[in-house]
Write a protein that binds this ligand. Structure first.
Ligand code: UGB
Length: 600
């Protein structure tokens, strides 16, 4: 390739020359073919090398390793090799929790205690193409009663855990890493900065940006040049699996370990229910001493979430691992289950659904990463032009998933999973209105509409369990999706971090009608003999203790339907198909410390 570069070669730095050598050895001569001599396009050539160096640096083992892995995976794909060859799937056993029972409550208590030794990692580099929202998903309101966005909700939940787990001991600061990408980095930083990190100290938050990987033009893994710019390589996201290599190379894991931390909790960008499941799931990890604990929910066949499966190899090896949703059906069909991915007599797939929230024990995690550098088994998914599988419709790239981390673990590793009820733990916002309306009947929509309604439903069911009389929901259709509309109850995470905490704040005979809205925005708000038919918003600073009771009745907030195509409405509302008409409410705000009583 040095010759393809001609005189340009002598103008390169030694690391650039070294990279040229590696590329040449790996069949990439086309990258520099017909380059004009020095003096022409010098800035563009420099930018090209800067990009190559970045691509080389950001992949474990460098570009040489990337191309070799790509050649191998592309050859396997062309040969139609089944990645699960030799493995038989079976249904694994894990810990199944029931919200509110004694077991659950004990796990919650343990989890809150353990949280002082926890760090959180939010993977938020995805563009959310399926959702089609123009902003970043973290900025989307999780629900529109308070308008708190996902990032605010997540940070406030971590802060609530931090405070609860510090009780009686010294104050800890739970670290939060957010993995971003070029698609999300700037807007994530801006969201944090313009909101004073939603109450977190800025030093608690670390942003790690994942780089994209080079696209591949053919089965020889030739890197794809941008058709518009011969000095640019096309790139695409490598997947959420990058998080492990990034955490490892940043050195942050070692820092956490030295500071006495024990748990790393990974989570995704749009699950408004997740933190209701975190304390108990962390409690399970601690009690069972799991090195890996994946959170799962009952899965509907064909639902776009992976299935947790025990895979047993003919050579005796066995592992409990996620099988991604597009691979589960073919794997089952190839292993003696001719119907593939179908529900069993329970009405659900026998394989629990992976919600991609992982809890890893830090010590064994570091030990494993020091062997692998954080590299995760990759896959490639080229779209071939025809059955000869010799050319692609468009360039492809290698991808990796964070939940594939356990694939390289030794058999001695303690890998488990915890199944939670879906209503409590999982309601992601992934699908746009049109696609959601096409979801097979009975399967979850995973839309902004269902994501918001699931928050109200969960809060209602929790309060019911705490003795609150909550009216039944009505069924309504928004953006072509039939959903249950429960009373719109919301609370700040610090008000209701655990079920025991919630129970301690609700007493006497309380009731709420279906058309009501109740927003609890304060830590020490105690609901006592409250009867609500309308809208009630209570806000209080942390050291104001407020008792709320009596009968509140007003015209409340009505739900108005909007169409997702109606561009006169803000996008964040359009995609849910409704908005609130705030007709009348009782609003109380306590901004001074002290004891107060609001009796309507
Ligand atoms: N993400 C990144 O940070 N970087 C990337 O390059 C890509 C994504 P999707 P997906 O629980 O609902 C996953 O696209 O990949 C972030 C599991 O694989 O929302 O289709 C992105 O920002 C699947 O097994 O999901 O499916 C987001 O936060 C199942 O569990 C997260 O990664 C499913 O999620 C997930 O990205 C689920």
């Amino acid at each position: 390739m040095a010759s393809a570069l001609g005189d340009n070669y002598n103008h390169l730095s030694p690391p650039q020359q070294e990279l040229v050598k590696i590329l040449s050895e790996n069949g990439q001569d086309h990258l520099f073919r017909d380059w004009p001599g020095p003096g022409v396009d010098d800035d563009e050539k420099k930018a090209f090398f800067d990009q190559l160096i970045r691509l080389d640096w950001s992949y474990p083992g460098g570009l040489g390793a990337y191309i070799k892995n790509a050649k191998r995976l592309l050859a396997d794909s062309k040969a139609g090799k089944n990645p699960f060859d030799g493995f038989t799937p079976s249904v694994p056993t894990g810990e199944t929790l029931t919200f509110g029972d004694e077991n659950f409550t004990q796990f919650e208590e343990t989890g809150v205690r353990e949280a002082r030794k926890a760090a959180f990692v939010l993977v938020a580099g995805g563009l959310g193409e399926r959702l089609g929202y123009s902003g970043i998903k973290l900025a989307l309101p999780a629900e529109t009663t308070t308008g708190a966005c996902f990032l605010q909700h997540y940070i406030e939940s971590i802060l609530a855990l931090q405070e609860a787990s510090s009780e009686g001991g010294s104050q800890t600061h739970i670290p939060l890493v957010i993995m971003t990408s070029d698609d999300t980095h700037g807007r994530t930083l801006e969201l944090l900065e313009s909101n004073s990190y939603f109450g977190m100290q800025s030093t608690q938050v670390t942003l790690l940006k994942q780089e994209k990987v080079a696209c591949l033009d053919d089965n020889e893994a030739r890197l794809a040049l941008d058709p518009q710019n011969r000095y640019r390589i096309q790139t695409k996201p490598h997947g959420h699996g990058d998080v492990h290599a990034l955490l490892y190379s940043s050195g942050i894991l070692k820092k956490w370990y030295d500071a006495g931390l024990k748990w790393v909790l990974f989570f995704q960008d749009t699950n408004g229910l997740l933190f209701k499941a975190i304390p108990s799931a962390l409690g399970v990890s601690a009690s069972k001493q799991y090195h890996v604990n994946s959170l799962a929910v009952p899965r509907k066949a064909k639902e776009a979430i992976g299935g947790i499966t025990r895979l047993t190899h003919t050579d005796g090896r066995s592992m409990v691992i996620n099988v991604e949703y597009n691979q589960l059906d073919p794997l089952l069909r190839a292993s003696g289950y001719p119907d593939g991915d179908v529900n069993c007599e329970t009405g659900y797939s026998p394989y629990p659904g992976n919600i991609n929230q992982l809890i890893l024990e830090l010590g064994p995690y570091i030990e494993e990463l020091s062997k692998t550098g954080g590299a995760i088994q990759e896959f490639v998914n080229p779209k071939y032009k025809d059955a000869s599988k010799t050319s692609f419709k468009s360039s492809t790239r290698l991808e990796c998933m964070m939940q594939d981390y356990p694939k390289t673990l030794p058999p001695s590793a303690r890998v488990g999973f915890t199944v939670m009820e879906t209503w409590l733990a999982y309601a992601p916002v992934k699908n746009n209105a049109e696609d959601a309306a096409k979801v097979p009947k009975g399967n979850p929509y995973h839309s902004a509409t269902s994501g918001e309604m699931a928050i109200y439903r969960a809060n209602c069911l929790i309060l019911r369990k705490a003795g609150f009389q909550v009216a039944d929901p009505v069924v309504q259709i928004f953006n072509g999706q039939e959903v249950e509309v429960w009373p719109r109850i919301t609370w700040k995470p610090k008000w209701g971090l655990t079920f025991s905490l919630i129970k301690s704040k609700v007493s006497g005979h309380c009731s709420i009608s279906q058309r009501s809205t109740l927003a609890i925005k304060g830590q020490q708000i105690f609901i006592e003999n409250l009867s609500l038919d309308g809208a009630l918003i209570i806000e209080a600073v942390d050291n104001a203790e407020v008792k709320v009771g009596g009968s509140v009745q007003n015209n409340g907030w009505s739900l108005e339907t909007i169409d997702h195509k109606d561009t006169s409405e803000p996008e964040a509302l359009r995609i849910r198909g409704f908005k609130f008409n705030k007709v009348e409410q009782v609003e109380k705000k306590y901004s001074e410390p002290g004891k107060f009583h609001f009796n309507a």
